[in-house]
Design a protein around this ligand. Structure first.
Ligand code: 5AD
Length: 347
């Protein structure tokens, strides 16, 4: 019998997250796999991920797209480019287009509603949006335009840790994400969240609390990946200085991230849990495959045009730049502004 939510209290979660014994972990993987089979079935859900723009006004300490970072070539895909990537996703048999971007200060609500409506009219895809912290008015109109789901990661449920890594937008008050997740639910979205494992300063108790917060929110989707230091960010440069005391700091490892995914499966049996790109980036394709046998049931395939892919540089990411996709020859469309697939710094 699989462990239940009642049995998985904070102490139990801390113990499992930090468990190293392969024999005991084998029972966790078995339980996660059994619960996944019973509640979401054997099939893998395939989503097409379209990174529609990398312009962002936030200054998150972990993210390579933070506003102040110079040297990122900023882009916004056109409506036609997004539609083309959505059609390509449908042609490959994916069931969902995930449209993701930074928090673009020039966010064009009308244009985005039009894009969502066109994808819904022209393809059988579900539409998931991941556009950061948008207002209730914006989220209402996007939902009315046909958006089915929304992803907004807690990243860290500990308010002090979140505030430290996620400063407010210029001239605005600090924000928290739980109220937005409640708004999304009220508006009829399927709601996704998630977080990073091993953020400098994150303790085992913090990570256990993240999983309990996901369960409490009753999320439909949860994406969990290891923190990957980006050398062009404060958290990448000063990780050591920010670490929690020895023994309390969660390591940013594939192993711990996979334990967190498996435990999330037990806490939220019917949720959709991706084997995330961050896991694949650190652990390779094997790690992604292992994740799918340990509770995860979703794969996000990168459908961003090659011309833009290297510019969506949230973290140094060999997996996404090496992923099979449209012929690299297509990227020559980007023109003379530089090598289109120049590797991200530190990649
Ligand atoms: N390491 C790992 N994941 C990151 N993300 C952003 N920056 C990093 C990083 N340095 C993740 C966040 C975000 C998603 C798009 O990518 O979880 O929500």
């Amino acid at each position: 019998m699989a462990m239940t939510r009642a049995e998985l209290d904070r102490d139990a979660l801390v113990a499992w997250l930090s468990e190293d014994d392969p024999a005991r972990l084998a029972t966790l993987w078995e339980q996660a796999e059994a619960v996944r089979q019973a509640h979401v079935g054997p099939s893998i859900r395939r989503r097409g991920l379209i990174e529609i723009g990398n312009v962002c006004e936030r200054a998150c300490l972990y993210c390579g797209l933070r506003a102040s970072r110079a040297g990122v070539r900023r882009y916004r895909m056109t409506a036609d480019e997004i539609l083309e990537a959505a059609h390509a996703s449908a042609a490959l048999g994916y069931d969902t287009a995930v449209l993701q971007s930074g928090e673009d200060p020039a966010f064009d609500l009308d244009a985005m509603c039009g894009i969502v409506a066109r994808i819904k009219a022209e393809t059988p895809l579900a539409v998931t949006l991941s556009l950061g912290e948008r207002s209730e008015g914006e989220l209402t109109l996007l939902r009315e335009a046909g958006a089915d789901r929304y992803l907004l990661k807690l990243e860290a449920s500990n308010p002090a840790l979140f505030a430290r890594i996620h400063p407010p937008a210029p001239g605005r008050a600090p924000t928290t994400r739980v109220p937005i997740l409640h708004t999304l639910r009220r508006l009829g979205y399927m709601v996704g969240s998630g977080g990073m494992v091993g953020i400098p300063g994150q303790t085992w108790g913090d990570l256990a609390d993240d999983l309990l917060a996901f369960a409490e929110l009753g999320l439909d989707m949860v994406g969990i990946g290891p923190f990957i230091p980006h050398p062009e960010t404060p958290l990448g440069r000063h990780a050591e200085r920010l670490m929690a005391p020895m023994g309390e700091q969660v390591p940013a490892s594939v192993d711990v991230a996979q334990r967190a995914v498996a435990l999330t499966r037990l806490l939220l049996p019917a949720a959709h849990l991706p084997a995330t790109t961050a896991i694949e980036t650190l652990g390779g394709a094997d790690a992604r495959a292992r994740g799918l046998a340990r509770g995860a049931n979703v794969v996000m395939h990168n459908m961003t045009p090659w011309a833009y892919r290297a510019d969506y540089d949230i973290y140094p990411n060999p997996a996404r730049l090496a992923a099979p996709g449209p012929s690299p020859a297509q990227s020559s469309a980007r023109g003379a502004s530089g090598p289109p697939e120049s590797p991200s710094p530190g990649a």
